[in-house]
Design a protein around this ligand. Structure first.
Ligand SMILES: *Cc1c(COP(=O)(O)O)cnc(C)c1O
Length: 462
């Protein structure tokens, strides 16, 4: 499989290069030049496959000749070893033809484990063939950083740098981040928002200062992060519809990668009749889908913090699809967006997006009401992010005939405090220890100090 950049000026790369990458050389994101496509009969014949076998079918065309089959199959089986549910992504019914796809049975109990576990093993596989060392870097509101730290713990060649907003990470996740091995992981608080962290990372990658160190993005800015998420759309649709009956998904917008992965799954031939982009009151994506106006804005803090931001790097991949792989058009749009924080696409492209996508924004009080309703009607204590998706799914549903699947990205135990407050949490709530060290964050424009921190981090080890 050949990969190119969304901005059309970086040449062709193979899967290995894509795994070991931050951004493409022209500042764009790597995308597969063509998506493999299957007939309903072919997809239907995968219905009985166990999870790791299904993953192999879905993912192997994207790897191409970069790895031999036996090694890749072994790597895949190993990636799901530490999940605590046999089905890996079990479905829980919450209503008539309504379901939650539980994506939080991995080692750090969020859907980020799918990307991180696969990515760490791929990096460990490809890195020894490469000179020098790697720095795995990214921005987090909590979940993707934790998943990366867990997944890369055994990858001796990789150092990690995790940028996070000083005020944006929930206390439990912050405490967990601080459990990381300081020899391997540099935690870098930023005096700003998630968007500020993400902007710093992008600027850094565009002028990478450490010649002897390969930068690799840990969240789904890296294509592997998208790839890992295509799989669970297949798993859910095959369980519920056998690959022939249309299925709808509601996706809490904790990144655009998960939403874009649904689009790719549909393009591969999976019968998906609707994808709902569900946001909390930080509704930049909702505005984009509803009115073709996307703008970054100050995010407010909510009970669903993994969705408290407005900068979605994978939107660029989606726009590249909508513009029929026209890298020059994407570059112009993204440079305009980077300069003024606003983006609208052509009407024709926007209408194409609307064939599959709807959106809905849920207010804070509605989230609590939905958590209570789901508990009263099903006995399930559902995490607030998932509640956003479930409510949007019910409101925006196009067809009662198609199963509606909400992606459950984060385990309810991570919101035990709020759920206990609402009276729906069955167990005790653990008291949280404050992290020992509270450092003041980097200023949002301070690239020089960030580079200094990374120099230290990559020299920390002999
Ligand atoms: C997951 C993800 C985010 C959000 O990161 P969290 O650590 O889950 O807050 C942002 N951007 C991308 C590309 C992601 O994959």
């Amino acid at each position: 499989m050949d990969y190119v950049s969304t901005r059309g000026a970086a040449g062709v790369a193979d899967f290995r290069r894509v795994v070991l990458s931050g951004l493409a050389d022209d500042g764009g994101l790597f995308v597969p030049q063509a998506v493999p496509q299957y007939t309903p009969e072919q997809i239907g014949s995968w219905s009985w496959l166990p999870f790791d076998e299904l993953v192999w079918r879905v993912v192997s065309p994207y790897v191409g000749g970069a790895m031999d089959e036996a090694a890749f199959r072994a790597l895949l089986s190993d990636s799901y070893r530490d999940f605590d549910h046999r089905a890996i992504t079990p479905l829980r019914q919450i209503g008539h033809n309504e379901w939650i796809l539980e994506l939080f049975h991995g080692p750090t109990q969020s859907s980020k484990d799918f990307a991180a576990q696969l990515q760490a093993r791929l990096v460990a596989h490809f890195l020894p063939q490469q000179q020098g060392r790697a720095l795995v870097i990214g921005a987090t509101n909590g979940e993707s950083g934790l998943a990366a730290i867990e997944a890369f713990a055994d990858c001796a060649n990789a150092q990690l740098a995790v940028l996070y907003p000083e005020q944006g990470v929930p206390p439990a996740q912050l405490a967990a981040l601080h459990q990381a091995n300081p020899q391997q992981v540099a935690l870098i608080p930023v005096a700003g928002s998630f968007d500020d962290c993400q902007t710093l990372v992008s600027r850094l990658l565009r002028q990478w200062p450490l010649a002897e160190v390969t930068p690799i993005c840990f969240n789904s800015t890296n294509w592997v992060g998208v790839l890992a998420q295509i799989v669970y759309y297949f798993h859910a649709a095959l369980q519920l519809g056998g690959g022939t009956r249309p299925v709808a998904f509601s996706v809490p917008a904790a990144s655009f990668a998960e939403i874009y992965a649904g689009y790719i799954a549909q393009k591969m031939g999976l019968p998906i009749n609707q994808v709902i982009v569900s946001t909390n009151s930080n509704d930049a994506l909702h505005h984009f889908i509803q009115r073709n106006r996307y703008s970054t804005r100050q995010s407010s803090r909510t009970s669903s913090p993994a969705m408290d931001f407005s900068l979605y790097s994978n939107l660029e991949r989606f726009i590249w699809e909508l513009y029929d792989h026209d890298g020059h058009a994407v570059r112009a749009l993204m440079e305009h967006f980077e300069a003024c924080g606003e983006l609208s696409i052509g009407n024709q492209q926007w209408l194409r997006a609307r064939v599959l996508f709807d959106s809905h924004a849920v207010e804070e009080l509605q989230i609590r009401e939905e958590v209570l309703r789901l508990f009263a009607e099903t006995g399930a204590a559902v995490d607030p992010h998932t509640a956003v998706g479930a409510l949007s799914g019910r409101i925006q549903r196009r067809s009662l005939g198609a199963p509606m699947v909400t992606l459950g990205q984060i385990a309810p135990s991570k919101s035990a405090g709020l759920l206990a407050e609402l009276g729906v949490w069955p167990g005790p709530v653990a008291a949280l220890a404050e992290p020992d060290e509270v450092r003041t964050g980097l200023q949002t424009g301070d690239l020089a100090s960030l580079i200094q921190a990374l120099r230290q981090a990559t020299q920390a080890r002999p």
